[in-house]
Design a binder for this molecule. Structure first.
Ligand SMILES: [Zn+2]
Length: 384
């Protein structure tokens, strides 16, 4: 055979082999890429947790590369090898740095046998069973792997559920993350993205006091500060939830929340601004009007902090027509001292002043105050 022809044939068959190989790789990649966004629903009035707004997940990833990008470098994989279920929901319990996963109609495995692998920057953590949260508290923290984003797991078994079909896992994490859930044939994936990686604007809104801590109260002890604060927050929430920003609320019900978790939330989510709503009080019945406490210990953002506080004060006194008592630096206030972003602690008025109390108790005025704070937040973003 002609040597040239032989060479040509060799090149030809090598080319063919290459095509077959590439095709095989593409096919296997496509098989891996049968990933679709899971249904993720937000519940549920019965839990006492703060629950985030529903997340939407966009389109089905077209190829595996895109999916891996979405997954990022920190996520959880739950293998579906030995169980099935009808539906899955995930709730963001951000005040507890936790997610709650609900599996409706779980069949096959016991919920405590789910394999849950955590991946952080290429490193895998698969120790199982993981310690329960209560057990971890008795453990020397240095024994826990600090790169493992999972800090504890607890289970709510079907027998606790009246329908007997719902089984929940609460997974406690090392930080506040935005949970996004994906599924393919083999696994459930939960991504652990920081809020700032997903949202351009992130703020925290806090209703002072709550639960066993009433805050200040009216002279006749009929009205508590915690209720007025919450009511203003709920009006503000209606306005903010329509904006293109991620808002974390420290509470949306009358529940006890300690001071540190409030400010730690703001720091964890790297909030741009932190608003805390309060009412004032004095031994005398005379003082009235609004004032705003703020932080002046932020080296790089002190000016913005003062401007933000001033905006909140001006907008609130504009809508109430009450006395503007000015700004106060709040260095001995826990949440102000520890906040790493501009914070405005707004004392909207005095409950010790009967006339101002009557004013604050009216829904229309609480709405106006909420509207004032809302305007201040929008204006503050123009500063950034
Ligand atoms: Zn207060």
């Amino acid at each position: 055979m002609d040597e040239r022809l032989l060479k040509q044939m060799a090149v030809h068959s090598f080319g063919l082999m290459l095509i077959v190989m590439v095709t095989a790789i593409i096919i296997s990649q496509n098989n891996k890429a049968m990933i679709y966004a899971g249904d993720t629903v937000v519940a549920d009035a019965e839990t006492n947790y703060e629950v985030a707004a529903p997340y939407s997940y966009g389109d089905v990833p077209e190829d595996n590369t895109e999916f891996l990008e979405k997954l990022g470098d920190k996520y959880i994989v739950i293998e579906k090898s030995n169980f099935t279920y009808d539906s899955i929901e995930i709730l963001d319990l951000y005040m507890d740095r936790s997610f709650r996963i609900s599996l409706q109609g779980l069949r096959g495995a016991n919920i405590q046998d789910l394999s849950m692998v955590r991946v952080n920057q290429g490193q895998e953590f698969a120790t199982y069973p993981i310690l329960k949260i209560e057990e971890q508290e008795t453990l020397d923290p240095s024994l826990l792997d600090t790169k493992d984003p999972l800090k504890g797991v607890s289970y709510i078994n079907a027998e606790d559920d009246p329908l007997g079909t719902l089984t929940d896992v609460i997974i406690e994490l090392d930080d506040v993350y935005v949970p996004v859930l994906y599924e393919d044939e083999s696994n459930i994936y939960i991504t652990l993205h920081k809020p700032k990686d997903i949202y351009d604007k992130v703020i925290v809104v806090d209703a002072g006091h709550g639960g066993t801590d009433p805050g200040t109260y009216s002279r006749d002890e009929q009205y508590y500060e915690k209720d007025i604060n919450l009511s203003i927050l709920l009006f503000l929430k209606e306005l903010l939830d329509q904006e293109d920003m991620k808002v974390y609320y420290t509470r949306t019900t009358d529940k006890t929340v300690y001071l540190n978790p409030r400010v730690y939330l703001a720091n964890d989510v790297e909030a741009d601004f932190f608003v805390s709503i309060h009412c004032n009080s004095n031994e005398s019945t005379q003082p009235s009007g609004a004032e705003v406490l703020y932080n002046n210990n932020l080296s790089d953002k002190s000016l913005i902090a003062e401007q933000f506080a001033q905006m909140c004060l001006d907008e609130v006194t504009n809508v109430t027509g009450k006395i503007n008592r000015g700004l106060v630096t709040g260095e001995d206030v826990v949440i102000i001292e520890k906040a790493k972003m501009p914070i405005a602690l707004i004392e909207v008025g005095f409950m010790s002043n009967q006339e101002e109390l009557n004013f604050l108790l009216q829904e229309t005025h609480k709405k106006e105050i909420a509207n004032g704070i809302y305007k201040a937040i929008l204006k503050a973003y123009e500063l950034k």
